[in-house]
Design a protein around this ligand. Structure first.
Ligand SMILES: *Cc1c(COP(=O)(O)O)cnc(C)c1O
Length: 388
């Protein structure tokens, strides 16, 4: 959706097994809702991994329209890809840190690395010839994944040589158990963050991602980093619900009848004891539809939940449509059924698949017909107008 090359790749729903609709107005509404909850803290958007597969450029530029000015990605390449689509005042942070050899590119493009070790801080300080370079600093308050340990933090704070060359934009940490309502690690990490960040010079603080935002003002500090809430997911205990952003519909590619004793799918894991009507859909695990949903998931048609029968194949799923047929309805070749949307919520489907909404979204394949609502600014439009 970002140039002539991508326009060529646009697919008609008729040519593929399913269509993915991404509601950017809902992303904007979710941003406004969460921004209001965390105010006066700033709400930043996490758009790593191509905005969890939904399209970082489209999502981030729409968020910029509603006032978002701070964005987090995982890699430098993601930052460079995003930069041209954002207002010049926008800040882009790279969560995975400053990789050796990336210093000059980061500095040149004005990308802010999240420094995760003394060694990274030293290399960034050495890159700042003559002045200071903007930096974020991550403290490990207990997740054990990224960031400076308390000891490292103390020695960094004491290093005038390094600290005098960093313009500290943000001091951050990340919660390991934020989505678990009553986990004691949350308060422990909040306390550790307050104590450890006090060792550093004044700068904005950030602890919470989406789930942490629902834990109250103590977790908000000056900046909250949200990814998945903006895209339609929240823990069951959260005070507010996001609007649905991703809608996935699968096409019916065959309809059939089976009788007692007949089985369906690889391994014949579902064998019928009665007559049944089945429909096979053109979406499978190669599209990111979790194989774990075999004999567990559902499709939705006119409010009727139709269970997945048998295993999920690479390119197809079979559902039992007997309940629909009994109502006098029928499915035909080319009809579309809902796999993800307002009736089958992202969080519910992810849980049934034994995963998190982040993973379900990020794995959704690239071969669906994709539609953005409303459509993002189309760089090809001017050109087409000229030649018309
Ligand atoms: C991915 C990530 C986020 C965003 O998490 P959500 O649960 O999607 O809101 C925030 N901070 C860090 C450090 C992350 O890695």
């Amino acid at each position: 959706m970002t140039g002539a090359f991508d326009l060529l790749k646009e697919r008609s729903p008729l040519e593929v097994g399913g269509s993915l609709t991404i509601d950017l107005a809902a992303v904007q509404a979710n941003y406004r809702t969460l921004a209001a909850l965390v105010r006066p803290s700033v709400l930043a958007a996490v758009v790593k991994a191509d905005a969890y597969g939904l399209g970082a450029r489209a999502v981030a530029s729409k968020l910029a329209e509603v006032g978002c000015r701070e964005f987090f990605v995982a890699h430098l390449a993601e930052a460079l890809d995003l930069k041209p689509t954002l207002p010049s005042a926008a800040r882009i942070y790279v969560l995975n840190g400053l990789q050796p050899g990336a210093e000059r590119a980061c500095a040149w493009h004005g990308v802010i690395p999240v420094l995760n070790s003394i060694e990274q801080a030293r290399r960034w300080a050495e890159t700042a010839t003559g002045g200071r370079l903007p930096a974020a600093l991550q403290i490990d308050t207990g997740m054990g994944r990224l960031g400076l340990s308390p000891d490292e933090l103390r020695s960094l704070a004491a290093s005038f040589e390094i600290m005098s060359r960093l313009q500290l934009e943000l001091v951050m940490s990340h919660l390991a158990c934020a989505d678990e309502e009553h986990h004691s690690a949350n308060l422990a990490q909040a306390t550790a963050f307050e104590q450890l960040s006090a060792l550093l010079p004044a700068a904005r603080r950030s602890l919470a991602a989406s789930a942490g935002a629902f834990r109250g003002p103590r977790f908000h500090h000056q900046l909250v980093r949200s990814g998945v809430f903006l895209l339609g997911s929240a823990p069951p205990w959260a005070a507010i619900r996001p609007l649905t952003v991703a809608r996935l519909r699968a096409r019916v590619i065959q309809v059939r009848s089976v009788g007692p004793g007949d089985g369906v799918g690889y391994g014949l894991t579902c064998v019928f004891s009665r007559a049944a009507q089945l429909a096979t859909l053109g979406v499978g695990y190669a599209d990111g539809w979790p194989r774990a949903l075999g004999n567990r998931g559902f499709a939705l048609v006119d409010g009727v939940r139709l269970p997945v029968v048998g295993r999920i194949s690479m390119d197809s799923i079979t559902i039992d449509i007997t309940a629909l047929v009994a109502r006098g309805d029928q499915l035909r070749l080319g009809d579309e059924v809902e796999l993800l949307g307002d009736g089958l919520k992202l969080d519910e489907v992810a849980e049934a698949a034994g995963t998190v909404s982040h993973e379900l979204l990020a794995r959704l394949g690239r071969r669906f017909a994709r539609q953005y609502l409303p459509s993002p600014p189309d760089p090809g439009a001017t050109f087409r107008k000229c030649v018309a």
